[in-house]
Write a protein that binds this ligand. Structure first.
Ligand code: SAH
Length: 428
């Protein structure tokens, strides 16, 4: 089957039935019966706990065991579709680095790097622009929980020459890129050393566990997962009989929707990114499918490039939910400014994708390559494909932006360059 990107949530319809080896299901069933610390009441778990187990359980989690990304995997992502995607993101970082006065050192920190393709493409741009970056000390820091994927990233970025458990750092692995840039791996953003940093999260936040809630006559109730008493080892959704801690903590008082998904872990990570940027400088670029606080039911699974029932054969399929950018903006808590979400096709157009495509087309001799270039451009840009439902969102220090209400006040004295991607790219 041809590789298909994970569809946007509106398309979630028929889910394919699937077998799987059942190990994760048995694990979850044990957990549900045992009423362990994660259970809310009588053998039920939250959707968030279910999703976390299914994706990142150290033994049987989907990312831990399989990883899924790529043409032969279960879903394909923009950096896997075209090198142009990562190159334009590399240019975004250079453009921000220049706009912020060319600090003499920065860390590139990627959350959930998948196969490492995006970092590879960004580092190629850094190498091509070595004369611009010549006096800058660059290092790469990857936050990855999956041992399997960190191995794939190590091969991609260093040729496999890595040192496990280096003594001098909080990293679990380190190596050196082909162009001589040091690379470190961590399990958690909090392990990444402080310092001026450019953060990147592409299709990362959508993989973090969500809680699901439903408005009822008796108030908000959380959607939980339990075992269907009629069918052995079959999971089902049920509503919590009473309020859960999460209904109290995560529903905004002004909420108007009847079904809501909340990803508190995404909120915590955005808070950390915003504090780090406020304190040490830098910027964060988040790219993912999502909405601005309008969608209700986006939890879905993918296996072999097809939609997959989220409750069947956990651990064998990718589970995902749309990113709620309005929630991320709220969680930045004013520590940084935010930009976006802006549609992928607008962001890439602003970054100069059309010109880049023309150059590549001119330089490619054979028809097959040209066809491939046009096809991947269409995948990334077509509003029916990835152009509209994928969004870019950025966190930037306040001083980087003119805020409309401050425009006429004396404190904003220096002329500020527009932020590339969200405006047209102006490289000087
Ligand atoms: N950015 C890549 C991969 C997206 S898949 C791309 O666009 O192709 C999601 C990635 O996040 C995988 O690398 C997965 O192992 C990682 N991941 C999932 N949950 C994580 C967590 N809690 N902490 C760190 N990494 C995580």
């Amino acid at each position: 089957a041809p590789a298909v990107a994970r569809l946007c949530s509106g398309a979630a319809g028929e889910a394919a039935a699937a077998g799987g080896d059942g190990a994760m299901l048995r694990h979850l069933a044990r957990k549900l019966r045992a009423s362990g610390p994660v259970t809310v009441a009588g053998g039920r778990v939250t959707v968030a706990e279910y999703m976390r187990e299914a994706l990142t359980n150290p033994g049987q989690g989907y990312y831990t065991r399989r990883g899924g990304v790529g043409e032969s995997g279960d879903f394909i992502t923009s950096p896997e579709i075209s090198q142009v995607f990562g190159e334009l993101i590399g240019i975004w970082y250079i453009s921000e680095w220049m706009a912020m006065g060319k600090p003499n050192t920065f860390q590139l920190v990627e959350l959930g790097p998948g196969r490492g393709t995006l970092t590879e493409d960004i580092l190629r741009v850094f190498k091509q622009l070595a004369s611009v970056l010549s006096k800058c000390d660059v290092s790469v820091h990857l936050v990855e929980v999956s041992p399997k994927l960190s191995e794939i990233q190590a091969v991609m970025l260093t040729g496999g020459k890595v040192q496990p458990n280096p003594e001098d750092k909080s990293a679990y692995m380190k190596g050196v890129s082909k162009s001589g840039i040091p690379i470190f791996w961590y399990r958690d953003i909090q392990d990444v050393p402080p310092g001026y940093s450019f953060y990147l999260a592409h299709e990362f936040f959508d993989a973090l566990p969500i809680h699901k809630f439903q408005r009822t006559e008796k108030g908000w109730r959380e959607v939980l997962v339990d075992i269907d008493p009629e069918v052995p080892d079959k999971l089902r959704f049920v509503l919590s009989p009473s309020r859960t801690p999460a209904t109290q903590n995560f529903i905004q008082p002004e909420e108007t929707r009847d079904h809501v998904e909340v990803c508190p872990e995404a909120g915590v990570i955005v808070q950390r990114l915003a504090s780090r940027i406020e304190k040490d400088g830098g910027a964060a670029l988040v790219a993912d499918y999502g909405h601005d606080g309008t969608k209700t039911d986006t939890f879905r699974g993918f296996r072999n490039h097809k939609l997959h029932d989220v409750l069947s054969a956990p651990g064998t399929a990718d589970l995902t939910a749309d990113v709620d950018f309005s929630y991320l903006r709220k969680m930045a808590q004013g520590r940084t400014a935010t930009l976006g979400p802006i549609k992928q096709r607008e962001f890439l157009k602003n970054m100069g994708i059309d010109l880049r495509l023309q150059v590549l087309l001119q330089n490619s001799g054979d028809t097959a390559t040209r066809q491939q270039l046009l096809h991947s451009y269409d995948m990334l840009m077509n509003p029916e494909k990835m152009g509209d439902c994928f969004n870019f969102f950025a966190l930037l220090p306040h001083h980087r932006l003119v805020r409309p209400d401050k425009k006429d006040k004396p404190e904003s004295k220096s002329p500020l360059l527009p932020v590339a991607g969200f405006n047209e790219l102006l490289l000087k």
